[in-house]
Ligand binder design. Structure first.
Ligand SMILES: [Zn+2]
Length: 141
């Protein structure tokens, strides 16, 4: 009995001082201190593996990541071209506008308007596939 209790205590201490756990806790603390206005944080508040980020095609991974951080070609290319900020449907072109509001785009999944950008871009392979198909059908990349 005494040995078993000691063994459990040693396991707990080793777990507390596991370098991987310490790094994850520090990383999570830093992430917790990032402003809640951060678009990526609103989608992924807890650090860790993000299985839906891995796609068969590298281009789809790039598009998905850019959607999640809110900086896509269609939202920010104007900066490189030194043009005015693009407008659509009388509002600035944003990820939210493209995914949820734009009346010009077709093939919009029926559940998008009822949702939110963090909900649409969450770590769910089915939802991610719907987003990527929607963009592809509308020739947005
Ligand atoms: Zn629009």
């Amino acid at each position: 009995m005494y040995l078993e209790e000691n063994y459990k205590l040693v396991e707990r201490i080793q777990g507390d001082f596991n370098i991987s756990n310490i790094l994850k806790k520090n990383w999570q603390t830093q992430w917790d201190n990032v402003s809640n206005t951060n678009k990526l944080k609103s989608i992924k508040p807890v650090i860790g593996k993000w299985s839906s980020s891995s796609q068969d095609k590298r281009h789809e991974e790039v598009v998905l990541t850019r959607l999640r951080v809110g900086h896509c070609n269609f939202t920010h290319v104007y900066l490189f071209k030194k043009e005015d900020k693009p407008m659509c449907c009388n509002e600035p072109v944003t990820v939210e506008h493209i995914l949820m509001k734009c009346s010009r785009l077709r093939f919009r999944p029926s559940n998008f308007p009822l949702s939110s950008v963090p909900e649409i871009l969450k770590n769910d392979p089915d939802s991610v596939n719907v987003v990527l198909r929607f963009l592809k059908n509308n020739k947005i990349n």
